[in-house]
Write a protein that binds this ligand. Sequence first.
Ligand SMILES: [Zn+2]
Length: 161
Amino acid sequence: MRGTRVSLHSGARASCRAIIPRVNAPCELCDGPSGDVLYEDDLARIVLVDDGEHPGFCRVILNRHVAETTDLSPDDRRHLMDMVFATEKAVRDVVGPDKMNVASLGNVVPHVHWHVIPRRRNDAHFPNPIWGARVRDAAPAPIPPNLVGKLRAAIALELCD
Ligand SMILES: [Zn+2]
């Protein structure tokens, strides 16, 4: 694997180094918002994914191309996770799911992003992950009216003091 050796720290930890894969392929998360933007700051954005089977499915996407959450500074890591859990709380409040799934995979797109997915016991994949095997035919889930507006307000309530 080709890579670029970069220093992740300065000062006392200057000897701490890691190999980060060189980005040659296009990255869809660098190329655009990847959904309706519900909230954004310098570090990351929260978007609503266009997924008719799982209304309220959101992603928290870092605004720069980094492969792993642990590549971030501790402050950035904490802030990112605050955004993830604020999103989970907002989706719970607005959508009222049976269960929440929160996941970071990045196997296909190695750019830090967290999936925040409301699940229903009768959705097509439950109890499997949404990327797993379908276990039933499921009717499209009802989409709460003004979903974007309600999620924006609920996330702002969590993140803006
Ligand atoms: Zn990227």
